[in-house]
Structure formats: structure tokens, C-alpha cells
Design a protein around this ligand. Structure first.
Ligand SMILES: Cc1cc2nc3c(=O)[nH]c(=O)nc-3n(C[C@H](O)[C@H](O)[C@H](O)COP(=O)(O)O)c2cc1C
Length: 303
């Protein structure tokens, strides 16, 4: 038996594989495809306070090795989620994390204060990549002062742990991770999508109605891995690795580079049971290489 459990300090997971926000619905949609109890956790689709439509189509483009999305964070809002989804989701023996969004700092806090009244959430993942109306649409994740102040506010408002989800669209990811840690974040997760675009040569129009979108999938894995390694080397709080993880081997690269857990995103669109398959592949690797505990592999990169 391989012990796949990992300890984030504020949260123990049965295994290090979580479903990434926005690629796994609100979790229950994937119950027909896999046993939700068998994965480490589910990060539900980003929630603003109220319901939202998102951007008009086209809002998804496939690329050579990934996906560009400009979905625009549609969602059901906190009330409907807490009333209709959470009671079913929390019956599962897997960690439920809520990806918290806000068009203003105040909205993030309203989302947290509302959800804090309900049971069954293990932690909040603060999606600091939302366009902020008070900062001309610039998201908090691009600025260390804003990251610091927003994380601090969220931490003070919340009874639950806060994980700050970082954007790769910055010059110095370590500076932003440090700001999140100083603001009181219990952990950081990275990376969100990489800013990208695609052009239709027939119409000479952008392929996305929003012009820009976020690139995800295998194309971004080396960038994500580099950033996870840099951040894990610089902060004391746990790091969750995200970006292009399609297999157990991909996940193991992140764990060896210092991530204590990983999130799987775009892979769910190709194989809805990808998270569970990846858990199995990690276990097979450990067994084949006589590693009794996955935790012993974390941060063991030899330089
Ligand atoms: C269609 C789509 C929707 C997403 N929605 C969210 C979201 O609501 N909140 C969030 O923080 N990240 C969101 N993301 C980003 C993913 O959670 C993840 O950080 C990113 O896709 C990189 O991982 P991957 O390469 O495994 O997909 C979304 C990604 C995709 C492709």
C-alpha cells in the first residue's frame, strides 16, 4: 500500500490531486464519470456574489497544445451554490474548495462572508485574476501591493484558510507570492492561465469575442513548473501546482519541484476521469519505485 496522503498544514488531503477551478463545474457534474471520494479535492468554478453570464461566444479556441478560453467567469452566484449544490457536495469525502471571485475588493469579502455561514467548505482559493473595476480592470494578481491588501482583507474576514491563486502574467512571480504570504495567505496555488490570443486569417478577426483569452493545457506546463519551483523555494506556506498536468508523470514533476499538491484543469475536457487516472498513475509510479509515501517525494529535486 502506498500512502498518498499529503498535509497542507491547514488541510489534510487523501491524495495530492485536486480538480482545478472552472474545469470541473461545481463537482457534481462529474459524479457520473468518477468516484468523487477518490480524488484529493475539488475546487469549484469561480463564484462571484451574484449570478453571471460570462462573455458572449466564441469563447474557446483550441491551439496546438492547449486551449485559449475567454469564458468570462459565468456562474450561479453564492446563494444558489450554497443552497442547491453545497449540501450534496459536502456529503462526499473529498475536500471542497471554493474559488472566490470579485469585481471589487468588497465583492470578494461579501462572497466569503456569505459562504462562511455554511458547512462543508475546506478552504477558499482566492481568484485574484478577476478584472477589478476600481483598478481600471487590472486584476489584483498583477500587483504585489494589491495582492497583499486583498489577501489580508480576505484573511481577516474568513473563518477558513485562504489560498491565493497566482497569475503567471507578471515579471516576478516570487514578488507576488511573497506579497500573498505577507498578507497572511495559508497557501498559494499557481498558475492561472497565460494571456494569449488567436486570429482567424479568413475573416482577419480575433478568434475570441474578447480578443484575449487564457492559455491552458500542456503548452503551459514548463512555465508553470518553473514558477512553482521558484515560489516553493521562496515561501514557507504550501504551494499547489497547476498548469498542463495531463498525467501522473506531469503531477510528479510538480511535486518533486516542491508543490505539496496539484490541480488538474484542461485534462478534464479530454478525459472527465483524468483526475482519478492521475491518482492511479502516481500510485503506480510509487509502487514501481518503492516509495511508500508520496509525501517523501515532495520538494526532492536534486540541483
Ligand atoms: C475553461 C476554463 C475555465 C476556468 N475557470 C477558472 C475559474 O473560474 N477560476 C480560476 O481561478 N481559474 C479558472 N481557470 C484556470 C484553471 O483553473 C487553471 O489554473 C488553468 O487552466 C491551468 O491549468 P490546466 O493547464 O491544467 O488547465 C479556468 C480554465 C479553463 C480552461
Amino acid at each position: 500500500m502506498v500512502d498518498l496522503s499529503v498535509d497542507l498544514g491547514f488541510l489534510k488531503l487523501r491524495n495530492p490531486v485536486l480538480a482545478a477551478s472552472g474545469t470541473f463545474g461545481y463537482g457534481l457534474e462529474f459524479a457520473p464519470f468518477l468516484d468523487l471520494n477518490a480524488i484529493g479535492g475539488i475546487v469549484v468554478k469561480g463564484l462571484y456574489f451574484g449570478p453571471r453570464e460570462g462573455n458572449p461566444p466564441p469563447r474557446l479556441v483550441e491551439t496546438a497544445s492547449g486551449l485559449i478560453n475567454a469564458i468570462g467567469l459565468p456562474g450561479v452566484g453564492v446563494e444558489k451554490f450554497a443552497k442547491e449544490t453545497l449540501p450534496h457536495l459536502r456529503k462526499h469525502q473529498t475536500a471542497v474548495l471554493v474559488n472566490v471571485c470579485g469585481a471589487s475588493d468588497e465583492e470578494y469579502i461579501r462572497v466569503i462572508e456569505h459562504l462562511d455561514r455554511h458547512q462543508g467548505i475546506a478552504a477558499y482559493e482566492l481568484n485574484i485574476s478577476c478584472p477589478n473595476v476600481e483598478k481600471n480592470g487590472v486584476c489584483p494578481a498583477l500587483n504585489s501591493d494589491h495582492t497583499f491588501s486583498l489577501v489580508k482583507m480576505a484573511k481577516q474576514a474568513s473563518r477558513l484558510p485562504i489560498i491565493a491563486k497566482l497569475s503567471p502574467n507578471v515579471t516576478d512571480i516570487v514578488e507576488i507570492a511573497n506579497a500573498a504570504e505577507e498578507g497572511g495567505a495559508d497557501g498559494v496555488s499557481l498558475i492561472n492561465t497565460v494571456l494569449a490570443m488567436a486570429v482567424d486569417i479568413e475573416t482577419r478577426r480575433p478568434k475570441l469575442s474578447n480578443i484575449f483569452g487564457g492559455l491552458s493545457g500542456p503548452a503551459i506546463k514548463p512555465i508553470a513548473l518553473r514558477m512553482v519551483y521558484q515560489v516553493a523555494s521562496a515561501v514557507k506556506i504550501p504551494v499547489i501546482g497547476i498548469g498542463g498536468i495531463m498525467s501522473g508523470a506531469d503531477a510528479l514533476e510538480f511535486l518533486i519541484a516542491g508543490a505539496r499538491a496539484v490541480e488538474v484543469g484542461t485534462a478534464n475536457f479530454i478525459d472527465p476521469a483524468a483526475t482519478l487516472r492521475i491518482v492511479g498513475e502516481i500510485e503506480d509510479f510509487c509502487r514501481a519505485n518503492s516509495h511508500d509515501r508520496i509525501a517523501d517525494l515532495i520538494g526532492t529535486l536534486k540541483i
